[in-house]
Design a protein. Structure first.
Length: 304
């Protein structure tokens, strides 16, 4: 597939039924809604999608549902992070067969690796993957990917871009300056919506962000404003986006606030697989009230 990778990609929350199993019919309905609201891509099995809380078979099923339901209408950037190179390559092969446009792979997690270790890991995948690969830098959860490493990995044709969720504007600019002269087609996606407008205005081709799963209308409008250099409008929408984002990102354990948000938009999301303690249960109620008020103020509740 040659579907372009640009615009808003949603790392969607997976609806669960009362037994904790994947609610496939609701997931398909949710995917259709996201596409109808104008997102340019889907990102199954990302951090927001809680990929570590699903089995390997469930991760395959989630990606399969996403590719099948998208049916070529939007690109699917499939989360393919597994515990080691061998299993990650198996996931790459599987997702290539089911129709994903590319895969996103996080740097090794749990064990903190040196830059040399991170380079060796991605280089092995880049040389063997049957599908295009985007790097996923999320230093809060995994080994960081530094500028020299990305510069070297960009020499591998299969590695086509990076999604950075650090929110570090200076890092993104250094990445662009280091990589674009030798690889002008290399893609840069921001994964931190609190800095989405400035990242897009400085040249990122798109954004992969959890808030797009709750208010795709808002993230889509911000993307269009930034792409057309409507700076005042992009600034206004960025501040509005931050109000929605801030109430969902904290103080609830990630990504429970986003599960609440999708539920308020009319979907049966169920309870996540991480058990909630009494403090989180109490916070959930107050966060839901705050989020409901913001979404009502912005005109998103009751909207189709």
């Amino acid at each position: 597939m040659t579907t372009p990778l640009a615009g808003i990609f949603t790392p969607f929350i997976v609806p669960l039924d009362e037994t904790g199993a994947i609610n496939e019919s609701e997931l398909r309905r949710y995917i259709d809604w996201l596409i109808a609201k104008g997102v340019q891509g889907l990102y199954p099995n990302g951090s927001t999608g809680e990929f570590l809380r699903f089995t390997a078979d469930e991760r395959i099923r989630i990606n399969t549902i996403a590719c099948d339901q998208a049916a070529g209408r939007v690109a699917v950037l499939a989360g393919a992070a597994e515990a080691n190179v061998c299993e990650t390559l198996k996931a790459c092969e599987t997702y290539a067969k089911i129709g994903a446009r590319a895969v996103a792979i996080v740097a090794p997690f749990y064990y903190r690796l040196s830059p040399d270790g991170v380079l060796a890991y991605f280089a092995e995948i880049g040389r063997q993957s049957p599908i295009d690969v985007t790097l996923y830098n999320i230093p809060m959860f995994a080994s960081p990917i530094d500028v020299p490493t990305v510069q070297r990995l960009a020499q591998l044709p299969r590695i086509i871009g990076i999604k950075d969720s650090s929110g570090d504007m200076a890092l993104m600019l250094r990445l662009m300056a280091a990589v674009q002269p030798q690889r002008p087609d290399f893609l840069f996606f921001t994964g931190w919506e609190a800095a989405m407008a400035p990242m897009l205005l400085m040249g990122c081709q798109g954004s992969v962000n959890a808030t797009s799963g709750v208010v795709p209308e808002l993230t889509g409008a911000l993307f269009q404003a930034a792409r057309t250099s409507a700076i005042d409008e992009a600034r206004r929408l960025q501040f509005r986006l931050n109000r929605v984002f801030d109430v969902m990102i904290a103080p609830l354990d990630f990504p429970d606030g986003f599960r609440l948000g999708v539920g308020l938009r009319g979907f049966k999301m169920g309870v996540g697989r991480q058990p909630l303690g009494p403090i989180q249960l109490a916070l959930r109620k107050s966060i839901e009230e705050k989020l409901r008020a913001i979404l009502t103020e912005f005109g998103y509740l009751g909207a189709n």
